[in-house]
Write a new protein. Structure first.
Length: 400
């Protein structure tokens, strides 16, 4: 009877407005997340310049590898620099697909990934970077049928919508045009494909920004909120962008999840990226899953793994699933910024498995995600044997 009442409540609410209050996804009864990130960096070997059959074979191999390790989710990069893995109305085809910005191919890479994943019960989340865009030289190659190029060509629109930082443009989340573009792409993505969800990482405001970069939209905002600081304004713009993406996703399919993978450094999120992860984890309407990038070893002198995990355990409540992002790419490598733990990843072959064992015992444990696919299954020659041992131990832990 209880289950029936819950079902009736869901059906009743589905006929109400599209406000976020009705679209919270209860993930407590769903399987733990065991995921891997498929980054655009990986596309150079498996996708760019490949025929449909060659790419499909690469994807089949990838899914077999993920299944063998016990993975059930893949975060697939679909929009890296306001470009697209598939042919989109809003962004040009990525150069990581065909080798040239805007050049299309005669097959759909994302559809192939989703189709092959479904055969092995692996769910696909579409990973996008909503604000990071093209370099100045790349922008010149973009067709003027796309909004980002139209903004670039118009001095006033460029000032309002684009921020140039270290020779790369970023979309200004304080612009309504930007919010509309990002959400149009998200809606297209969620409508066109059978996805488990949408995923974003830690690329919000770029570091090293000066106040002048978003001065026009900040000044306009102060007409209504004259006391707001630049930092608080930027956090509010990020909040609005994240919340709008959440609502767009749920407006298409309330069962799709929205996951965010911020830096594991909570202070850096708040003060440098203007990402209020505390708000997102403790209030409704921002995300379903939080995946902090805990890319640190146990001996890291600045951010020791256990301490960082414990901070996140204290931070989250019961409104989001907590999944831990782990640094598979560091296996066998020197960790230059780890101070006393600089050689930890070179001297041990069981860091990932011990990290999984540690987080599995935590109250809010909702799974793990490993960065990244090619680092794990096609590592450099000098770390190949060490990675093999690490992954075998991961498999043992996950199989227990």
């Amino acid at each position: 009877m209880k289950k029936l009442m819950i079902l009736l409540l869901v059906l009743l609410l589905s006929g109400c407005s599209n406000s976020w209050e009705r679209i919270f996804v209860d993930m407590s009864s769903t399987p733990k997340t065991y995921g891997v990130w498929l980054s655009y960096v990986d596309y150079g070997d498996m996708l760019k310049g490949k025929s449909e059959s060659e790419f499909q074979q690469n994807v089949q191999t990838m899914m077999a590898n993920l299944e063998s390790l016990g993975m059930n989710r893949i975060y697939t990069h679909v929009s890296m620099f306001t470009d697209s893995l598939y042919e989109s109305e809003y962004y040009p085809m990525s150069r990581y697909v065909s080798g040239k910005i805007g050049k299309t191919v005669d097959y759909d890479p994302l559809e192939i990934i989703i189709s092959e994943a479904s055969l092995r019960q692996i769910q696909v989340e579409a990973w996008i970077n909503p604000l990071r865009s093209f370099t100045k030289s790349e922008m010149e190659q973009v067709s003027n049928k796309y909004p980002v190029r139209q903004w670039y060509d118009d001095n006033e629109l460029r000032k309002q919508n684009l921020m140039l930082v270290d020779n790369r443009y970023y979309l200004n989340p304080g612009s309504q045009d930007v919010k509309e573009l990002v959400n149009n792409y998200v809606k297209e993505l969620c409508t066109k494909y059978n996805l488990a969800g949408v995923h974003i990482d830690d690329y919000f405001y770029p570091t090293g920004m000066k106040d002048a970069f978003d001065e026009s939209t900040y000044v306009a905002y102060t007409q209504e909120y004259p006391e707001i600081s630049v930092a608080d304004y930027r956090r509010e713009m990020t909040n609005q962008l994240v919340s709008s993406m959440y609502q767009t996703i749920k407006g298409v399919n309330h069962l799709m999840v929205f996951s965010i993978s911020p830096s594991a450094n909570i202070d850096t999120n708040y003060n440098s990226y203007y990402a209020d992860v505390l708000k997102w984890t403790q209030e409704n309407g921002y995300c379903d899953v939080m995946i902090p990038q805990v890319y640190f070893g146990f001996e890291n002198g600045a951010m020791p793994f256990k301490e960082v995990v414990d901070q996140w355990e204290e931070l989250v409540g019961n409104k989001v699933r907590l999944v831990y992002g782990l640094a598979a790419y560091k296996v066998g490598e020197e960790d230059a910024y780890a101070k006393g733990g600089k050689y930890e990843w070179q001297e041990n072959v069981d860091i990932l498995s011990r990290q999984i064992e540690y987080v599995q015992d935590k109250e809010h444990f909702g799974g793990i995600a490993l960065y990244r696919y090619y680092s794990m299954f096609y590592p450099k020659t000098e770390v190949k044997q060490q990675m093999k041992i690490e992954l075998s131990k991961v498999k043992e832990v996950l199989g227990e």
